[in-house]
Structures are given as structure tokens and as C-alpha cells.
Unconditional design. Sequence first.
Length: 566
Amino acid sequence: MEEKLIKFIKRDQPSQAMFFLTPVLAIFLTLITGGLIFYILGFKPFEALKFFFIVPIADMYGLSELLLKATPLCLIAIGLSFCFKSNNWNIGAEGQLTFGAIVSGGVALLFYNQEGFYILPIVILAGAIGGMLYASIPAILKTYFNTNEILVSLMLVYVSKLILDYLVVGPWSNPEGFNFPETRQFSDSARLPILIEGLRIHAGIFLALAAVVASWFVFYKTYLGFQMKVSGFSLKTAKYAGYKGKKMIILVFLISGACAGLAGVGEIAGPIGQLHREISPDYGFTAIIVAFLGLESNYGNYMGSDSLIRSLATLAYDKRRSKFFTRELIAVLKLMDKKTIPFDATGSWAGAMGAVQFMPTNVIAYGVDANNDGKVDLWNEKADIYASAANFLNKLGWEKNEKWGREALIPKNFDYQLTGLNNKKTVNEWAALGVRRGNNSNLPKSNFKASLIVPMGHRGPAFLVYRNFDAIMGWNRSILYALSVAYLSDRLNGNAKLYAKTIDEPLLSKEDIMQIQNTLNLLGYDTGTPDGMAGSKTRKATRQFQSDIGLTADGYVGYELFQQLQ
């Protein structure tokens, strides 16, 4: 009896059913595998998957942000598919995006202060041409000098960033931008329209959709697409059929570069509306992290010398915050048990450690072993310090390509009831209320949400703060701390000092603030239990008192209020 063998026979034609079912099956297997991994790690699989796939798009803002981030990725992926289908390797799409943004940004600046329907199409066309020109460099070098397109296209990424850096710091720098590495704001006619008021999604998504349709048509309905696919399957077959290999290489790189250039247009002509140093988002270290190090530990010069175990054990025994410090004590013991930090580690009296003054639970959640030595050394290893701080800031929601805020000038007879972090309006709405930049120039046209704060009252400097300021507040809930970090980061970047003059008045002691709180409580303005800290409840009571007696209701707990209550 003959033994029957199983044979695998290649289909004459690919299965149409599997063509559509394969991505569905891939998604299903991804969910099953991901859920299993979460279960093994001790998480509830459905809740974890919901957090990853449902929560980010559970509201219009999340969905719009997803589409905003997907638009340039879609354009770049489509462009790269032309190269990969023809067996060419373009690894420099980020550089082509950047150069496309440079060329289109230069055109937009050329039309600065001009309006017209023709400007935006020219800007878009310039971006595509810029990307094509930059992509042609590795293509030409490969076809005529036999260079490696992978290395050339990759190295050109760094060249494009250096060109951009030179332009935004030098000849194209905004003369009214306080030395920020950025250009002027583009005119409205040079910007892609925002599709939904209050959100950042813009008309660049239509460029991506058009590219999807065009690529499908080229690949499946044209002779050019057939040539690309044949070249990708077999170069010998392509040459035998008479296809010109050099022209094909240059053509696919030009198409890929054009798509990347269009992605660059979307990055600068969308909500930002200007060229800046970092166009393509990545994970890096900025002056804001250096500012945090300055305020937290004087750049590592004072990190505390108390035993972490002794400090946290003592504070865990204190009934006032026993639960919090018990959790931190357990966390530091786990870190020491795993030898992530040394057993004799020292820190502040409150258990914070290292140059960034992380609590133990923060080290577990955000600490980064950047040099892969098995430890998170926040005392001596700069790579670990910077990477951990960057990771924490990133998780807090810091957007690298956005400002934290700007100094503002408030008009006379302004309603100071509108100030405070809880009151958010778009920059355009603040401008309509008469708010201007600190140098008395117009605010940029933007639908970014912002709050107007006056940390030293109506006689001191004012600031229009954006969502990056909220990220700083996530590190430390003090407004003055957050402003100190933000302003220090600006100064580290070489930006100008404040235009407003600070108030020259006696500082209030803790006892003075407690006296203010006691007096306001007696007058019927609830500040809570007096603690000598001018928190939100004290400022709210102060604002109400100021309004009732005819003072400017800015909520500032200062020397003027202290005198009023004597």
C-alpha cells in the first residue's frame, strides 16, 4: 500500500477571498496574542485592549488627533510603496518630508502678508517638488555612481535637519519671535483649512485620500504599475522585457519624494502654520527637561543625603499620609531588591531621588535604563537621567513641537474673572478680547485652547498658556513652579527676557497667608482650613472678596490684599 504524502501546490491565481481575509485574520490574531500577553502580565485583557484601541478614539478630539497623525504617515507609506514594489529602498522619507516642508515654507514666507486663492496650491506644489528634488539625490547617485541608496537616503535625513535648523535660527527666523527657532506665521491663504472648529484636523487628509486612489489606479490600471511590479519580482525579467531600469529607479524615487514632501506641507501648513526646528515628531531631549533638572536639584548639585528607606519608613508611620508613603516605601524596596537602585540610595527627606527627584513609584513607571546596565541611575548617569525625564514628560502629554505658552499683554478694563487655568478659550477668542503678545503685537491666528493666568495679579506679567503648560503642571501642581520651568527653558533656548516688569513688594510669610485665610473665613469667604498656602480655594475666595469691595478681581494673594485685611 502506497503511503500518501501531503503536497503543497501553488495556486495559479491568488485567492481573492484570502486577499481580503488576510488583514482581518491578522488583526484578529493580534488581538488574541495581545490579550494573552496582557493576561500573563496580570492585566485584564479586555480592559487593556480597550485602553489601547477604543479609548484614544472615544471622542471627537481623540479621533481627530488619530487622523491628524495618520495623514503624513499614510502619504509617506504610499510613496514608499512605489519604491518597495520596484525593489528599491528609500529609507530617507523623513529627510524628504523635511526638505519638502522647507521649500513649501519658503514659498509661504514669500507670500507673507498676502492673501489669495492661488497661494495654497503653489505652497502644496512647492512641497511636492521639494520632496522630489531631495529624493532624486539618492536615485541619481545609485543609477549613475552605483552608490547604496539605503545609506545615502538615510544620511540625507540629517542633512535636511541641519538645513532646516540653519534657516529657522538664521535668515528665516521670526524677527518678532523672541529668538524662538521658528519662522513668521504663514498667512491664512498659505494654510490648509481646519475641517472642524476647535480641533486640529485639516484638509491635508484629502491629499492622503487622493494619494490612496491615485496609487491604486497606477498599480492596478496602468502599464507603469505593471512595469514596477515586474521590476520588483525580477530585474532580469524587466530588462529582458525592455524596461529601462535607470529611469524606473529615478521615477519611483521622485514619486516617493513627492508624497513625503506633501506630508511635510501638512506638518507646517496645518494648525502650526510656520516652520520650526523639529517638523517630524520624534523622541528627544529639549530645554524643558534641562529646566526641570535646574529646579528639581540645581542640576544635580543637591539631590538630598537622607536614607530613602529611613525617610519613607518614617513618613509611612505618620498617619496623615500613611497610605501614600507606605506605597512609596514598598516601591523603593522593590527597586532595591531588583538592584535597579542601590540599597544605600539617598534622596530628599520626602523620599524623592536623583537629579530629577523622582518618587520610587515614578522610577518604576517612568525610569529608563538608557545605557542598558540593568540600573536606573538618576544620580550619576546622564543618559538615564535625561531619558527618564523625557519619558515622564512624554507620558504627561508634552508635545515637542508646541509652545508651553507666551507672555501676554492684557487691555485696560479687562474682566479678570476670565483668568485662571480653568477658563480655556482659543487663541483667536483671546485676541478678540484684546489680548496681545507681550511685545504688543498681534497674537498668532490659532484655534489652540489656552488659559490666561496672572500669577502676580493685574499689576504683574500675564501669560497665555497652552496644553504643554498642563503637562508641566502634571510634574508639579504649583503654577509658580510650572512658570519657572517654562521661563527657564525659554531662556536656555536663548529667548528674550519678559517685557513686563515684576512687582516690587514685600513677600508674604506663611503666617501672613494664614492670617489672610483666617480673616477671609471670618468675613464669610471660604478658604478652607488655613494652611499658609495660597491654593485654588484661597484664590477663589480672594477673587470674590476683591469683586465685592470694588478691587480688580484677579485672585492674587499678595501684599495689597494683606494690607486691605488689616
